[in-house]
Design a protein around this ligand. Structure first.
Ligand code: ADP
Ligand code: MG
Length: 263
């Protein structure tokens, strides 16, 4: 379980205002206490009308309306990605309040977050639904305020255009980092996620902690931990690591084994 300050710093309720101009519009609604209790006791079987006041339900409905009833939902930190199978065509699109309740109650990720007893400002964060191309999403690793690593979030998938566009991708992300992120986020070491709308429009998706549990995609925790231990404060160019070959029939496990070595 993350410590309270960590939970606070990485909560969208803490960082949204400051990064509003570079991330997707987000409507943040405090989580109703009754609803939180129902979630915590895993006894959400009723209609939302039986649990929350009408004004609260209307607040959510209005938020969804203002997003054209096509929204992406998260709690303070996470999306209910493990509830994807419950959604229409596996998309996790929220079109009405019952989708939202269904995804939240079906998600262990969300339920684990709500278990945190050392935090009391839980929220529902609603964003416009975007068709984000998997190849356009990148995870960026910042150590001691230096951008050290960039990985595609769709890993390990081979995208031929990364070889040619790699330098441009590094440049777009580095410039964005320097202008909008570095020294603005209240941590020295962390992860931020972006998506790039080609050629170079870039949008912040999320911040998250850099720990042994973080999915680092193309990087291994061991190599990142080594960089952290060295405590390097010199500016160096980030490494963009992507799959360089179409590995064809190789299994995912083999691919990870083969490609986890730095190159
Ligand atoms: N506004 C959105 N509309 C549609 N899909 C989204 C949106 N925001 C994020 N996603 C998808 O959901 C994935 C997880 O989003 P993210 O905000 O990083 O959640 P988490 O912190 O739980 O990983 C992203 O990789 C992206 O594919
Ligand atoms: Mg995230």
């Amino acid at each position: 379980m993350l410590e309270t300050q960590h939970l606070k710093d990485f909560s969208i309720t803490s960082w949204y205002e400051q990064f509003k101009s570079v991330t997707l519009r987000t409507i943040i609604i405090n989580l109703d206490t009754e609803l939180l209790n129902k979630f915590r006791n895993e006894d959400y079987q009723s209609d939302i009308e039986d649990v929350c006041p009408l004004e609260y339900i209307n607040e959510i409905k209005n938020a969804l309306n203002s997003l054209n009833n096509e929204a992406f939902v998260k709690d303070n930190w996470h999306a209910p990605l493990d509830a994807r199978f419950m959604s229409f065509c596996n998309t996790l699109k929220v079109t009405d309040i019952s989708d939202l309740i269904l995804y939240f109650t079906s998600s262990d990720i969300i339920m684990n977050d709500f278990e945190n007893k050392n935090f009391d400002s839980f929220c529902i964060a609603l964003k416009p639904w975007m068709n984000i191309h998997p190849a356009s999403e990148f995870r960026c690793i910042v150590i001691n305020n230096i951008l050290r690593g960039i990985s595609p979030r769709d890993w390990p998938t081979y995208y031929a255009h990364f070889a040619e566009e790699g330098p441009g991708i590094i440049n777009t992300i580095s410039t964005f980092f320097k202008e909008h992120i570095c020294n603005k986020f209240p941590k020295n070491t962390y992860i931020f996620d972006v998506f790039i709308t080609y050629p170079d429009a870039i949008t912040l998706v999320d911040f998250s902690p850099l720990t042994s549990k973080t999915n680092l995609y193309a990087f291994t925790w061991k190599e990142i931990q080594n960089i952290m231990k060295k405590g390097c404060t010199e500016e160096v160019a980030p490494v963009f690591r992507y799959l360089e070959n179409d590995i064809g029939i190789m299994s995912r496990g083999d691919a990870l084994f083969k490609l986890s070595e730095p190159h």
